[in-house]
Design a protein around this ligand. Sequence first.
Ligand code: AN7
Length: 360
Amino acid sequence: MAHQWRGVIREYMDRLPFETGDPIVTLGEGGTPLIEAPALAKLLDVGNVHLKFEGMNPTGSFKDRGMTTAVSKAKAHGAKAVIAASTGNTSAAAAAYAVKAGMQSVVLVPAGKISWGKLSQAVAHKAKILQVRGNFDDCLRLARELSENYPVFLVNSVNPDRLQGQKTAAFEVVDVLGEAPDLHAMPLGNAGNISAYHLGYREEVADGRIKKLPKLYGIQAEGSAPFIKGSPVAKPETIATAIRIGNPASWDLAQEAKRDTEGGFDAVSDKQILWMHRFLSQECGVFVEPSSATGAAGLYKLKQQGILPAVNTVVVTVTGHGLKDPDWALKDDRGRLIKPKKVGATADAVAGILGLEREK
Ligand code: AN7
């Protein structure tokens, strides 16, 4: 009989702060595919690369893992409303899980700086959406302040329940590979995700399932790279709007993840991000939003500089689906709009344009 994946809380309840009988708000998140990417392995000249395709979550990003735990805990606390600051994906997830929980969601997003796909999700799930004249960091400051003084429950990743849910991605990697990879890379924004992977892998070591931690690599966009600068960036800029974050909340946890795993941080240009965005869709068959290509773009940069650590097995988390922000795929490498040709409705006309010769 076919087995349906039950969402991360039920699948990993013994390793999460939940017990049978607790309220569980789930949309079946997690259980995302770990996809072999030989083209990327060849590019990086390593033994193998797997893409952890988090775009396959119910709202199309990894945020669902932490939202099932955060909203379930909010429900247990009797919350009627949740609030989140977001560059887009957190708001989409908060809105969807709030609907499932029978709660109102309030989302604060930077005005004009979130993709249409993500905004449409928050609207579809009837969030109260406010476009803040400011950046993500302003939105997070407001969300924290509101949650301290008003009856709204904060579901950003400064809420530790979020990281608990997100750590399950590391469990899934180990369940599939049977061991930890040598190196695991991902985009780095507010730094919740790298902190959650660190937590998850550490628990796997403590439980004796793996022997060593993978080197965790977090990659930022150059215009929005506080971890490279060593201090917050006042006016972060990048086309990768999901990671347009200047003052990451999980600063210390991310530094610890890097130190403890002998990993690294780096930053790549928007051009390098878009190049890898195209490579992943054209050579690996995996369509992600531009921000999600940042981890792989960073490894390629290290490879080109000759400073990629000597590793055999690599996992790269691609955090969100390409349909979140599809406009980028419709431009060629010079930024011109790609328009498929129009053709008359005859087989001969189509064959003519395709340059096909009729078979005898
Ligand atoms: C696709 O939605 O911060 O380093 O408000 O949407 O854990 O912040 C999104 C972040 C990477 C960075 N990839 O992860 C938000 C938000 C995608 C993202 C990140 C985000 P973190």
